[in-house]
Design a protein around this ligand. Structure first.
Ligand SMILES: Cc1cc2nc3c(=O)[nH]c(=O)nc-3n(C[C@H](O)[C@H](O)[C@H](O)COP(=O)(O)OP(=O)(O)OC[C@H]3O[C@@H](n4cnc5c(N)ncnc54)[C@H](O)[C@@H]3O)c2cc1C
Length: 283
């Protein structure tokens, strides 16, 4: 394969020609740039650990956008960790960020251990629904960003056009697919992998399983209030469905409606949702 190009346009044209099947599936060109130089530039933009800890759940919060470089081995986890710790006056200020790097390492170790087993439900769903009650394929309206839910459609478009979604968006989107539409997490995971530039079977599949509850104690759900807060109203402000959308209401209401046959013990006292109670303290 050719390795030297006059500029990015020439590289893009070459790839389109060499991989017509890929271009037929998705012809968008992501803004993410490849290579060690771009990775180092992105690493140099890493913000303060305390700011990351406070605001990482906001979709416009100070996340690192390093996942594609880490995923493809352009940056190692260890060098990112060392850089993050070294730039703090108190090393412990980098703790939350290093924790997130550790999640990646943890998923990789599981993948090493179980291989293609990451495509199987690790445990039964805790939703009260059996696996057979979930659809096998992604619904076309979701894939085509035509559900009529402005937030969900915008997320689908962003994924296809940029190859990246913020972690919180990935969680909302996965919850919508698996719990609101009752689609097998594997279908959503496959679709994500076909578009994410950081697409990685371990982080992706095990995160989908965490949302689905096949690798966690309870299904992850969210509500409009949560989405509105962490998107700073971006989608809700002008939404014609505001006050009346699929995500309206308390966590308890969604849990009761979506999982009527779930074991009540799964939700513990008062059926608290992980978005509020922060689940197992993970995200
Ligand atoms: C449904 C779903 C699918 C996902 N699929 C992928 C995937 O295919 N590839 C992927 O790299 N990550 C995946 N993640 C994890 C996470 O969303 C991304 O790593 C993160 O959003 C990347 O943005 P960032 O680099 O700005 O992250 P930052 O918040 O800046 O985190 C720094 C680095 O830590 C690692 N990291 C952060 N959060 C997680 C996490 N929850 N799990 C594992 N590693 C994490 C990543 O390497 C990331 O680059 C998925 C999460 C969910 C909920």
């Amino acid at each position: 394969m050719k390795r030297e190009f006059a500029d990015r346009d020439e590289l893009i044209a070459y790839l389109r020609e060499e991989f017509p099947e890929a271009a037929a599936v998705d012809d968008h060109v992501s803004g993410t740039r490849g290579g060690r130089k771009a990775a180092e530039e992105q690493l140099a933009k890493l913000g303060k650990g305390k700011d990351y800890e406070a605001s990482r759940n906001y979709v416009h919060g100070p996340v690192s956008r390093l996942s594609a470089y880490i995923r493809h081995g352009v940056l190692s986890l260890a060098e990112v960790r060392d850089y993050a710790v070294a730039k703090e006056r108190l090393p412990e200020d980098a703790e939350k960020f290093v924790n997130e790097l550790a999640w990646r390492d943890y998923w990789q170790r599981i993948y090493d251990d179980i291989g293609d087993g990451i495509w199987d439900d690790r445990e039964p769903y805790k939703t009260g629904w059996h696996t057979e009650r979930y659809a096998d394929e992604m619904p076309q309206d979701i894939v085509e960003a035509d559900t009529g839910l402005p937030c969900i459609d915008a997320f689908a478009r962003t994924l296809v056009e940029t190859g990246y979604l913020h972690n919180h968006v990935r969680m909302w989107f996965a919850a919508y697919v698996v719990h609101w539409r009752r689609v097998k997490w594997q279908a959503g995971a496959r679709w994500f992998l076909s578009h994410l530039i950081d697409g990685d079977p371990a982080s992706n599949n095990l995160s989908w399983q965490w949302v689905a509850s096949t690798f966690s104690a309870k299904p992850y759900v969210f509500n409009r209030e949560n989405l509105e807060k962490f998107t700073e109203g971006e989608y809700c402000k002008e939404c014609p469905l505001y006050g009346n959308c699929d995500f309206e209401g308390s966590y308890e209401r969604h849990q009761r409606r979506l999982f009527p046959d779930a074991d009540p013990a799964v939700f513990g006292d008062g059926r608290r949702g992980p978005g509020r109670g922060r689940g197992r303290g993970r995200r």
